[in-house]
Design a protein around this ligand. Sequence first.
Ligand SMILES: [Zn+2]
Length: 263
Amino acid sequence: MTATTFPTYRSRYLPAMSAAEIAALPDKEWAPVIVTTGAIEQHGPHLPVAVDALMGQAWLERIMPCLSAEASCYVAPPITIGKSNEHVGFPGTLFVSKDTLRLLLFTIARQIAAWGFRHLLVLNTHGGNTDVILYTLAEIETRWGLSTGFLRHGVDYGLSEKERTLGMHANTAETAWVRVIAPGCVDMDAAVAEYPDDAASAGELRPEAAPATFAWVTADVSRTGIMGDAPAGTAERGEAWLATTAQAYANQIETICRKNRSD
Ligand SMILES: [Zn+2]
């Protein structure tokens, strides 16, 4: 049996390096440090609560082989518990406050700056974290002089309008991804399609992705904890989406590296 290293991107994983190795890294002026931000929260009856935390690692594993020799980046320890207060009331949801998430990110950024890095990128896998991260990144730029970025893959999965606008959680895409990365943790017999009530999402007022949105908690809009068409998330679609999305993320990192090197 061949020994495998964990994680597979170990040569870029800062916690796997000695202090002397980190001090001697030659490209700290331009190579970004990536922090993944996930969540531990209910993901319907068919997916494990760690989906968002797992996805950060899944993306990193697939992104790194896509990077060219001219690109470089390093990986900070992940933030695996996020701001998931919208999923209260379901067992398995473990969350921190917006203030704790902000402080965690802020503190990691401060240390990274002290080690000599100049660029921080967040790869976020949980929608509930997004607003907190964006305002914290602005604060990090002004306080610590790091340039910051928030990766967005922008890949069109060709999903129906209903899935794109109301399929927010434990949906087709998440189900498909996890069937590939952790098939033993998925119970497709329990997967159902459930969308927030039409009454609650009529016209232009919807929970998300609409001209007018309202604050929601999952228990108000979903009986099972699923918002989306979970059974449509096949492993075949998952394989394809993982590959195209990882490549899109890698392209974005390449662009950022080029820009950092030319600045
Ligand atoms: Zn999720």
